[in-house]
Every structure is written in structure tokens, then in C-alpha cells.
Design a binder for this molecule. Sequence first.
Ligand SMILES: Cc1ncc(COP(=O)(O)O)c(C=O)c1O
Length: 347
Amino acid sequence: MPLRPEIDRLAPYRPGGRLAGTEVVNLAANENPWGPSPRVLSAMADISDVGRYPQMQPEELVGRLAALHGLDPECIVLGTGSGHLIKLLAEVLVGPGDRVLVPQPGFSLYRHAVDLMGGIPEGVPVRGDASDADAYAARSEGAAVTFLCRPHNPLGASLDLAALARIAAATGDRGLLAVDEAYIEYAGIPSAFALLRQRLPVAVLRTFSKAYGLAALRLGWLAAPPEVAAAVRKASEPFPINAVAARAALAALEDDAHVASVVARTVEGRAHLGKALESKGFLVHPSDANFLLVDVGDAAGRLHAHLLAQGILVRKADSFGLPQSLRITVGTEEENRRLVAAVEAFI
Ligand SMILES: Cc1ncc(COP(=O)(O)O)c(C=O)c1O
């Protein structure tokens, strides 16, 4: 059966992966090892009316997010994870032959979404420092969409709002700057929502999968100029948010203390782990997120295999084009300790 040529060329999404068992340590998918607030689990257990369809865009959740972030509810679209919204953005904005900027290295789904639409992804070489703004601004004119990630996955660095405003200005009115803030809670920096409020052509992608600990429920959201948000809602399949996820998210948003504690423990673990790995002679990229990119050199593959044999899964960064690096999610104190001990044994 003839498939669309875009499908033939498409690289399948490679997830971070997971080890099964009780004694394993999963540090490959940037998940939150403490999971959600206990309030989330009781809210989920309360749901009984599952015989009816949920709302197309659960109103209470949209309203809550709008109030929390000072946004117009019209600007907000919920999706089945922020990955879903990345694809929907490409569906409404990218046509065959359109140029789209994606960070290189970077999260693979941007390229995937653009390829699927027949667009032309153009890698912007990023280094995880202030020079990234120049690299973007030099190319963004005429691009249908410019994808940017802050904090960046896998480098861990974040461009500031002035740099984003510069890139948005270089993009012009006919392109959209899509800022993926999947890890922003760990960074303690102001969101690009500020630029959207100034009516710049900026969309911001957020997720409940990381600091909120709801990865398995698949819930993300987008804040975009009203006309873009309306187009994304129109393109979405019906009922993308199941009732359990919507209820869970409302409960998660009520427990600020839980998220603050997850972030504080992650930030502390990130500092300890970074220092411990540096003391072993590795270059650790400064990170604002819940993971560290670690340059290991030629031993990256061997260290990955050694850790795996000890029941510790980290992410090889070769899929990002960085074969000499590993990306390591910050785990619990005990997980981080086990990781460092296994690295020591390897050395
Ligand atoms: C940069 C980035 N954006 C988006 C996502 C997707 O998150 P989700 O679809 O779970 O909301 C991830 C997942 O790891 C990510 O690393």
C-alpha cells in the first residue's frame, strides 16, 4: 500500500525508556520521581460519571490556568500532553515546503511534527548560552514556526525574555515563535507568557508531566495568540482530555506546596549530583531543568551499559547527535547516591 512520502521519511519517536522491577532506577525520561500530590490520587478516585463524554476543553481547568497565569482563557488550549500540541501547532501552521526552525541538538518531536506535514525542519545550532539568540535571530525571518526550548532539552540552559523578544521580532508577523517550557518550574525564571501578553507572535507550551508528576495521565497545554489557539482547537480531535486527567490537574494545581517541594528537592539533587559527577572528571553542563547533560567522551556507551547492568537507566544522548554524552534525570536522594556509586565503580 503506498504511504505518503512524508511517512516513509519519518523517524519514529524514541522514548527515554524504562526498566521494570523494584530495584531499578529510571533516570532516562526526565520524570518526577516523587509523582503527584496525594490530593491528585484521591481526586482521581472520586470520579464516577465516566459513562458520558467529557467537555471538549474542560472549562474549569482552562479558567484556573488562565487566572493563575494572567492569561485570557481564549488563548489556552489543553492537549493530550504537550507533545500533542506540538503536533497540532505544526498541523495548523506548517504546509509542504515551509521552513521551520528547530534547535539542534533538541527534542525530536519538533522535527517529527514538521516532517509529518511536509515542512522543512532547519536545525539551529544551539550551545546552551547567550549566543543561541544570535543563531536563532539570524535565521528566523520567513520561518513559519520557530521552535525553542527553555530550559533546553538536553543542554539545560534557558534564554532570557529579552533574547526571546529579539527572536520574536526577527521572526516577523507571519511566523510564530513556539517556546516549549516543559521544564520551567525547575528553572525559577519568568515565563514567556509575558511576551504573549504584549501581543507578540509567541506560543508557550506547558506540561503536567514533569514538576506536577502526571506523565501517565497525558496532559499539556498551550497559550497562544487567540487566532492560533482557535485554529488548534479546531484541528484537534474531539475530547482530547479525559475526565480523570482534568480532575487530577485541578487537584495538582491546588497543592502548590507539593510542587514547591518537588522543585526544591530536584534543585538540591541537581547541585549535588552535578558536583559529584564533576569531581569524577566529567564535564557537566549547567542545568535549569530536572536533568543533567554529562560529557563522558568515548566511554559514554560503556558507561551507559555499565549503569544498565547495575539496574540504572540513563539516556544516551546519541539520538540528540551527542554520542559522547549521557543525559541523566535527577532522581531521589537514594537514586542519585546509587548512580554516583555505580559511576565510581565504573571508573
Ligand atoms: C522539551 C520537551 N517538550 C515536551 C515534552 C513532552 O511532554 P508531554 O507530552 O509529556 O507533555 C518533553 C518530554 O520529555 C520534553 O522533553
